[in-house]
Design a protein around this ligand. Sequence first.
Ligand code: FAD
Ligand code: 2HG
Ligand code: ZN
Length: 493
Amino acid sequence: AHANLRAVTSSDVEHFTSILSPSSVLSTLSPVSTASAELDSFNSDWMGKYRGRGNTVLKPRSTAEVARIVKYCNEHRIGIVPQGGNTGLVGGSIPVGAEGQEVVLNLGAMKDVRSFDPNSGILVADAGCVLESLSTYLEPHGYIMPLDLGAKGSCQIGGNVSTNAGGLRLLRYGSLHGSVLGLEVVLPDGTVLDQLSTLRKDNTGYDLKQLFIGAEGTLGIVTGVSILTPPASASINNVLLALPHFDNVVPLYRQVRRRLGEILSAFEFFDRQCYDLVLRHGQQPALPSDEVSDAQAFVLLETSGGHKEHDEAKLGELLEELLGAEGDAQLVTTGVLAQSQEQFNALWRLREGITESIGREGKAYKYDISIPVPKFKEAVDTVRERLRERGVLGKSPGGVSLVLGYGHVGDGNLHLNVVADSYTDEINDALEPFIFEMVSGYRGSVSAEHGIGSAKVDALKYSKGDASRLWMKKIKDLFDPNGIMNPGKVLPP
Ligand code: FAD
Ligand code: 2HG
Ligand code: ZN
């Protein structure tokens, strides 16, 4: 329970119905009396790991409505959990307090594009716009979103900003700290902070909006986003390469960067187990199985450039060089260059489908860490060995079936996933703080992109020292002195 907060009552629900339209309030309490099953999807996360006990969900339709809710909750010491597409992987979008101590404030009903300037590529949108719908909106204008992730069909731009989502294009278009130009945020006292700038350059004092990028809903509610979108490339290709072992990934990355230069737009890696897993869950093999029987690692690279012949010539030379190499110089066993839009999509599905396949396979213990790329395999092997020593690897029932490694090579971000049939203390204790200590030993980060949420609160100290955590807490207290905003997330109490 959160000591500073009280539970929502019928009289609060009555108030919410008076300030919002009737369909915007879901509550098990009177006068609304929604069946509790209808609240299930708002109280459970994408992985099925966290279960909240919120009794009230509010779906405001405007910034003014958000401000009214927040002001009331602040005055009455009711917690608020901002929720976007609920695809987060660290239990950040689910209430963790006692029953009814937090309302879920779901942004899904705020989904309009506010403006788009086809000259500058600057898009201003409501926080609840689904990422994929923004891509679809931009398509006829010849622009794309600067970020792309497997959850695009459900995650919202406000959620992306709040988690500082990375994804598959970061290598090319950089992080949201660069592409977000402005934000509109409802602060914990109900003030609307209008920083919805559409300027490329603005050096007038502290850049407050940066604080909300990656704040995971602990400092305020993002209601609008201004973002710089890049022009769509005329020519896009992708290639899947099979590697005999992981050690070749780094030299391959160097060679690919040298050869492809400015047209490289993604360089993603996944290990053998990931490849077999996605095939088991319905993806089509991209390469004949006898040709990849010895492959221990796969790399998916993408190019986006302005000139078809130029790009294809560059790619052709690279593939010739890679596939023609012999002896020690031979970094890849085989590879395939997509020949059609269908094949292009199918290659991407092999990579993007990993998270979903893991979800179908079992329960995942997820670690999204930044460590030096040459250490990716060592880290995965070390964790597997640890689980073996603890007697939980392969144990049935209740044991670990898979330890997988994949991720964004260009960003130094490894996704280390441990898959088991259930979430148990035994497995958790074998993994934590072991993995965090390992990451700290590499001078890495315990979260490269998914954030801290409720899952990694105890791990924060492995990446942020005493002084950093102290100043983070001061910032939190300054914005949210009553501790109503996403309580129990990011910072230890
Ligand atoms: P939610 O899950 O609803 O919320 C996430 C956090 O942000 C919570 O703490 C919540 O309180 C807060 N929040 C949400 N909206 C707001 C708002 N408007 N104002 C203030 N706070 C808010 N992440 C990556 O970084 N890279 C990836 O490649 C990637 N791939 C994924 C693939 C799959 C299949 C899945 C399921 C997830 C993936 N994720 C990835 C994680 C997740 O999708 C991202 O973190 C995403 O940005 C979350 O957006 P959302 O709208 O679903 O937010
Ligand atoms: C990805 O890169 C996502 O696919 C999800 O960040 C990673 O599921 C995961 O651990
Ligand atoms: Zn990722």
